[in-house]
Design a protein around this ligand. Structure first.
Ligand code: ATP
Ligand code: MG
Length: 632
C-alpha cells in the first residue's frame, strides 16, 4: 500500500464506514458476498457483512494451501519436551481435516460448542481450526486454570465435546491436565458427553472414563485420509467464545462473529503488524488468551504467514531462547507483553546481542501499560521500532496503535498512540462530555464497534448492554473501563483501570502515573502501586517494587536508602502529592497467568482485607511476600 496520511485513513474509516470496510473485506475470500456492510439497526448490536458467507479456516488455511502448499504455516517449538515440527499449509490443512472428521465422528454439529483445554501444542491449533472449519464454536480455556475455573466456563458454554491432553509442561515439570478435566467435569452441571485426549505420554496411567474419553491418535488413524469441506457460515454466525482474563472478577464470555473477525484480522495484519505471506510471526502469548486467538492462530495464517507456537518460558534454557527462535526461523514480526520485557530487563542484556535479529521488523507489546523506561530499554536493545498497542479481549484486535502499514508515525515512549481505523475512540468526562487535550477521562468508543469486536456476551445480550454500554444515557458509548488521556498531538496514554484510580486529597491519579515514576529509578525492574485508604488524605499510594539487582536491597539500611531515593524520584517527576507512603521491596508481584498485575488483591491486603478471587494468580507466594512486607 502506498504511503498516505494515517489521519485521513482513520477519518475515512469513520466517515465512509461502509466504503472503507467493503474495501477491507476484499482481503478475504467470500463464498457469497455481503448484502449489507454494516447493519446497525438494533444498537448497540451490530452485524458486519450481513448476508455474506465465508469461513475462517478457509481463509487461514485452505486458500494458502491451494496456492502455496509447501510454504511453512505452523512452527511448533517446545523447549519443554525439546520438540520442533514445521507444518506446511498443505500439511496443516490435512491435520485440520482429520480433526474435523473426528469431531463429526463424535457428533459435533454446526453451532455446537467445543471446549479446548490444552497446552501449547500443534494439536491445539488443529482443534481450533477444525471447529472453524465445520462451524462449531470453540471456547478455549487457558491451560493454567484450575478445575473450579474450568467448571464455571464449562457450565457457561455447555460444550458437547472437550479436547484436552494428558499434561502440559512448565519449567521442565509436567502439569497435569487430565486430572483437572475429570475434576471439572465432576464439579460442572453441564459436563460434555465426550472428551478427546491427545496423549503426549507425559502423564503415564492417567485415568480414563469409560464411554466418555476417546483417544486422539486412534481416531486420527481412523480418519487419516479424511477430506472435510469447509462449512460456509453467514458472517454473523459465532466463531468462538472467549472468557476475559478475569483480572477484575467474574469473566465475561466474549462472543465473536465469523466474517467481521476474519476481515478485521486480515486488515490488521497489513495496516498494523505489517506481516505478509511468506513471512513469520512469533507471538509469545498462549492460545488461552485473546492474543493467542488473534495473533498466534488466526491473524498470521490469514495473512499467509508462518506462525510460531511456542511451549516454554522466556528464560529456559536461558534468557536468549526467544532470540534464538527469531534467528533460526527468521521471525519478521514479534508480539509480546510488557511484563515479559520487565522479566528480560532483569537478565543479562548480552542475550539480546547473541543472535542475528536482522529479520525482525517490529516488536509489538500489549496487555498492560508499557512504562517509558522499559519501552526505551527494549527499543535500544533491539534497535527496531517497538509498538505499544492497547486493546481488550472484547475488541479482539488493537484499539490504539501506530498503524505502520499506513504511515510510519513517530513513536512516543509510553504511548500506544492513536485510535486505530474503525474505532471512533474518545476520552470522556464522567458526565459524558468529551475531555480536552491532557485531561484525564474514560476511554470510550462511539458505536458501532468495528468488525472483529465482540458481538455480544455469550447467551446474555442484556449483560452485553449493561456491562459495556450503560456508562452514559447520552451519548451511548462502549466503555473500556480504562482511564486514559490524550495529548495535544493526539497521542493517548492508558492510565490504568477506572476502579484502580487513586484519589489523594482530591487529586485523581492513575496507578500508571506513579508506577511510571517509580520505574524511572534505575534500580527498579518492576512495580505495582495501589491506593490504600487513609483517614486524612482519602487514599495514599503504596508501592511494591522489584529491583533489578537483589544486592541493592539485601540489608535494612540499603532498603531504607533506596526507598527514600525512589520517593525522591517520584517527588521530582510528579510532585510530593504522588509520593508513595511506603515503597516495599519484594522479589515478585502477584499477576494473573496472562501477566496482568492483580492490583486489587494487593490493595485488599494493604487495607487488611481478603485478597478475593485468586483463581487466576500465577504465583501465590507473591501474596505471602506482600503480607510479610506489610507486617514489617
Ligand atoms: P477482566 O475484564 O475479566 O477483568 P482483563 O481486563 O484483564 O480481564 P483482557 O481483556 O485480557 O482482560 O485485558 C484488557 C485490559 O488490559 C485493558 O482493558 C487494559 O486495562 C489492559 N491493557 C491492554 N493493553 C494495554 C496497553 N497497551 N496499555 C495499557 N493497558 C493495557
Ligand atoms: Mg477487562
Amino acid at each position: 500500500m502506498h504511503m498516505s496520511s494515517y489521519k485521513e485513513f482513520h477519518r475515512r474509516s469513520i466517515e465512509d464506514r461502509d466504503g472503507f470496510w467493503a474495501e477491507q473485506a476484499r482481503l478475504v475470500d467470500w463464498h457469497k458476498p455481503a448484502e449489507q456492510v454494516c447493519d446497525f439497526s438494533h444498537p448497540p448490536f451490530v452485524k458486519w457483512f450481513k448476508g455474506g458467507e465465508t469461513n475462517l479456516c478457509h481463509n487461514a488455511v485452505d486458500r494458502h494451501a491451494a496456492k502455496r502448499p509447501d510454504d511453512r504455516a505452523l512452527i511448533y517449538i517446545s523447549t519443554e519436551t525439546n520438540e520442533e515440527k514445521v507444518y506446511s499449509f498443505a500439511e496443516l490443512q490435512r491435520e485440520v481435516e482429520r480433526m474435523a472428521a473426528i469431531y463429526q465422528d463424535l457428533g459435533v454439529q454446526r453451532g455446537d460448542r467445543v471446549l479446548i483445554y490444552m497446552p501449547m501444542i500443534a494439536e491445539a491449533a488443529f482443534a481450533m481450526l477444525a471447529c472453524a472449519r465445520i462451524g462449531a464454536i470453540h471456547s478455549v480455556v487457558f491451560g493454567g486454570f484450575a478445575a473450579g475455573s474450568l467448571a464455571t466456563r464449562i457450565d457457561d458454554a455447555k460444550p458437547v465435546l472437550m479436547v484436552s491432553s494428558d499434561a502440559g509442561m512448565r519449567n521442565g515439570r509436567p502439569v497435569p491436565y487430565k486430572h483437572l478435566v475429570d475434576e471439572a467435569c465432576k464439579l460442572a452441571e453441564f459436563p460434555p458427553a465426550k472428551v478427546l485426549l491427545v496423549d503426549r505420554g507425559l502423564d503415564k496411567g492417567f485415568p480414563r472414563v469409560e464411554g466418555r474419553d476417546v483417544d486422539y491418535a486412534t481416531l486420527r488413524a481412523k480418519h487419516i485420509d479424511a477430506r472435510v469441506p469447509v462449512t460456509w457460515l453467514e458472517s454473523s454466525e459465532p466463531s468462538y467464545i472467549l472468557y476475559t482474563s478475569g483480572t477484575t472478577g467474574k469473566p465475561k464470555g466474549v462472543q465473536r462473529d465469523t466474517g467481521g473477525y476474519t476481515v478485521a484480522l486480515a486488515a490488521s495484519m497489513q495496516h498494523i503488524f505489517t506481516g505478509f505471506a511468506g513471512e513469520t510471526m512469533f507471538s509469545t502469548s498462549d492460545i488461552g488468551w485473546v492474543v493467542g486467538h488473534s495473533y498466534i492462530v488466526y491473524g498470521p495464517l490469514i495473512a499467509g504467514m508462518a506462525t510460531v507456537m511456542y511451549e516454554g518460558t522466556p528464560l529456559r534454557p536461558d534468557a536468549g531462547i526467544w532470540w534464538q527462535i527469531v534467528e533460526k526461523h527468521k521471525v519478521n514480526v514479534m508480539f509480546s507483553a510488557p511484563t515479559a520485557v520487565r522479566v528480560l530487563k532483569k537478565q543479562d542484556p548480552a542475550f539480546l546481542k547473541k543472535y542475528d535479529l536482522s529479520s525482525l521488523k517490529h516488536l509489538f507489546l500489549a496487555g498492560e501499560p508499557l512504562d517509558e523506561t522499559s519501552h526505551k530499554w527494549i527499543m535500544d536493545e533491539l534497535n527496531i521500532p517497538v509498538i505499544d498497542n492497547y486493546w481488550q479481549t472484547e475488541t479482539g484486535w488493537p484499539m490504539l496503535a501506530i498503524c505502520r502499514g499506513v504511515e510510519q508515525s513517530r513513536i512516543k515512549l509510553g504511548s500506544p498512540a492513536f485510535p486505530v481505523y474503525g474505532y471512533d475512540l474518545r476520552i470522556f468526562r464522567e458526565d459524558g462530555t468529551e475531555c480536552g487535550p491532557d485531561e484525564k477521562g474514560i476511554v470510550g468508543i462511539l458505536p458501532p464497534l468495528p468488525p472483529g469486536c465482540l458481538s455480544t456476551v455469550w447467551g446474555q445480550d442484556e449483560r452485553f448492554v449493561s456491562t459495556y454500554f450503560s456508562l452514559f444515557q447520552d451519548p451511548v458509548v462502549y466503555s473500556s473501563s480504562d482511564w486514559g488521556i490524550k495529548d495535544a498531538d493526539g497521542y493517548h496514554t492508558i492510565l490504568g483501570r477506572m476502579d484502580d484510580v487513586i484519589n489523594v486529597a482530591g487529586h485523581r491519579l492513575g496507578t500508571r502515573e506513579i508506577e511510571e515514576a517509580v520505574q524511572a529509578h534505575s534500580a527498579i525492574a518492576e512495580v505495582a502501586v495501589v491506593g490504600v485508604a487513609d483517614e486524612v488524605k482519602g487514599q495514599m499510594p503504596m508501592a511494591f517494587a522489584v529491583v533489578k539487582n537483589a544486592a541493592d536491597v539485601d540489608t535494612a539500611e540499603k532498603r531504607a536508602a533506596l526507598e527514600k531515593d525512589v520517593m525522591k524520584t517520584v517527588d521530582n517527576l510528579l510532585g510530593a502529592i504522588a509520593r508513595p507512603s511506603r515503597v516495599h521491596f519484594i522479589t515478585g508481584l502477584p499477576k494473573t497467568r496472562s501477566g496482568k498485575m492483580l492490583r486489587r488483591s494487593i490493595q485488599a491486603l494493604a487495607e487488611g482485607r481478603d485478597p478475593g478471587d485468586l483463581t487466576t494468580i500465577d504465583d501465590p507466594s507473591t501474596l505471602e511476600q506482600i503480607k510479610a512486607a506489610l507486617a514489617g
